[in-house]
Design a protein around this ligand. Structure first.
Ligand SMILES: C[S@@+](CC[C@H](N)C(=O)[O-])C[C@H]1O[C@@H](n2cnc3c(N)ncnc32)[C@H](O)[C@@H]1O
Length: 217
């Protein structure tokens, strides 16, 4: 389970067929995320998704990018069951691993990744937890491996839409340690961990995707 107390709209998933859960946000953004990854992800190798949620995303990614071998992961057992229901029968996807992306040391069990992917978690954890997550992801990557971080962010300290202001306020009201992270903090975290920024992609719904590559030093 998430360690954080979240407002009801922060991580919505309803019951689908069997163990499958359906997250409306994932239903909306799967295609644009597939298009992004098809452009920026390595074409082959090992891909780790942190906080995979329902599994809707990774089952679509695995089908769109068959050259990658996909490892989903989650803290919540109900969600791991949902992920496995979505990925059942896909030849290039492993069973969902139990992984707390904010725990120190997880990279040791997930080494040599060509891609590490995180969608919509950074605003639901604290800044120190986000720093640990990025440091662990950097350690898990091979040289030249890529990190993709997607979600809602402040720009230079500012919330840039009414919807973002409302969502950030609701998060902070539930837990003062969480909320939107600043784009400048993300850039510092990447630099601190020998991750070179490749690009920042403006995504629908005022979200951003940071694409970074692990350097050889
Ligand atoms: C907003 S949902 C996003 C899920 C999925 N990435 C998506 O975009 O549909 C956040 C997810 O992070 C998971 N989560 C929360 N804290 C986590 C942690 N410390 N490590 C890994 N997963 C976590 C929750 O169980 C939830 O499935």
């Amino acid at each position: 389970m998430s360690k954080r107390k979240l407002p009801p709209n922060a991580s919505v998933a309803t019951e689908g067929d069997g163990s499958k859960l359906v997250a409306p946000a994932a239903s909306r953004n799967t295609v644009v995320l597939c298009d992004l990854l098809a452009r920026v992800a390595p074409s082959s190798g090992q891909a780790l998704e942190l906080a995979s949620g329902t599994g809707q995303h990774i089952s679509a990614f695995a089908q769109r990018m068959p050259g990658l071998h996909w490892q989903p992961s989650e803290v919540t057992s109900e969600r791991r069951a949902s992920i496995d229901a979505y990925t059942k029968g896909l030849p290039n996807t492993a069973a969902a691993a139990h992984l707390d992306a904010t725990a120190e040391g997880w990279h040791k069990t997930m080494a040599q990744q060509d891609l590490v992917l995180l969608i919509n978690l950074l605003h639901l954890i604290s800044l120190p937890e986000a720093e640990t997550l990025v440091a662990e992801a950097a350690c898990a990557l091979k040289t030249d491996g890529r990190l993709v971080l997607y979600g809602p962010f402040k720009r230079d300290g500012h919330l840039t839409s009414d919807g973002d202001q409302r969502f950030h306020d609701a998060l902070v009201q539930q837990d003062p340690e969480i909320g939107y992270k600043d784009d400048t903090h993300i850039l510092s975290m990447l630099k601190d961990n020998a991750l070179e920024l490749v690009e920042i992609v403006k995504m629908p719904a005022n979200n951003l995707a940071f694409v970074a590559q692990k350097t050889g030093i």
